[in-house]
Design a protein around this ligand. Structure first.
Ligand SMILES: [Zn+2]
Length: 280
């Protein structure tokens, strides 16, 4: 992705380098319990956790690589702001209010519960912030087999897509239904939320390229590969389990790729109506 020299968003809250950003004290299981308190919308790498959480020791110091990743995220975030401002104007008819992106290293707190880089990035509707441990991109590359800068951009775009859903009132509506639904039904609604976010991420990729000429050869393939690697069936299979569809919360690899592609091919929010779709 071509990103250098473009505007970086100011809506970044950089908590890296803050004290207390160390994983430790709470084990993997405790961490999941903490995260389960509030609805959050993340890249669910729970199967990875059960294999043994990646140990992350953070010194609190910001390395050159950290700075570089921070800049990349800030430019990608700025891209999402411009793209969604355009799309809200043309397709929604309302102004777009951007989200804040929290960067952290190790652990941090959110109104949706505690966060750890080991659990993956997520969006918290309560404070309208996306949370990202920038070392997650290394986890993606080394443990999930999802490499490339556009795979990272897709993750940022996916989390911001949850913010778009929140602005549109979709998350509140879906969560209200989930609150009184069975676990299985709640999971099924979660899948529709997540696939719609993938579709919106596809719209973002298409529109960002049209606006900034940001796509390079292989970028779309990087995003599609990332979508594949974080499909529920693939994650569970890679954790040595037989995929169990009623536990899926994000959709299969095939579904995630297809909905991203649908957003990318059409650029049309109406095409991302996973809630109205008979077949996901
Ligand atoms: Zn998500």
């Amino acid at each position: 992705m071509k990103w250098r020299g473009r505007r970086a968003s100011r809506n970044i809250e950089d908590r890296r380098g803050m004290s207390g950003g160390r994983v430790g004290g709470i084990g993997g299981v405790g961490l999941i319990a903490v995260l389960a308190i509030g609805y959050f919308f993340g890249i669910d790498v729970t199967p990875l956790l059960q294999q043994g959480a990646p140990t992350q020791q953070t010194s609190g110091e910001i390395t050159q690589a950290d700075q570089e990743v921070g800049q990349f995220v800030a430019v990608t975030l700025a891209d999402t702001e411009e793209v969604w401002a355009d799309i809200f104007r043309t397709q929604v008819g309302e102004p777009y209010q951007p989200a804040t992106m929290v960067l952290f290293k190790g652990v941090t707190q959110s109104p949706c519960g505690g966060a750890s880089g080991a659990t993956g990035p997520f969006y918290c509707p309560a404070d309208k912030k996306a949370y990202l441990d920038t070392s997650f991109f290394t986890t993606m590359e080394q443990r999930l087999g999802a490499k490339g800068d556009f795979a990272a951009a897709y993750v940022v775009a996916h989390e911001i897509a949850h913010h778009v859903q929140n602005e549109l009132g979709i998350l509140a509506q879906a969560n209200q239904i989930r609150a009184s639904a069975s676990q299985e039904r709640s999971n099924a609604i979660s899948v529709r939320i997540e696939l719609q976010a993938d579709c919106y991420a596809g719209i973002w990729a298409r529109t960002a390229d049209a606006k900034f000429g940001s796509l390079e050869r292989g970028d779309v393939a990087e995003a599609m590969n990332a979508a594949k690697q974080i499909g529920d069936d693939t994650l569970q299979r890679n954790a040595g389990r037989v995929p169990s569809p009623h536990t899926f919360t994000h959709g299969t690899s095939e579904q995630r790729q297809r909905w991203f592609a649908r957003g990318f091919d059409t650029g049309d929010m109406a095409e991302c109506d996973t809630f109205g779709a008979n077949r996901l």
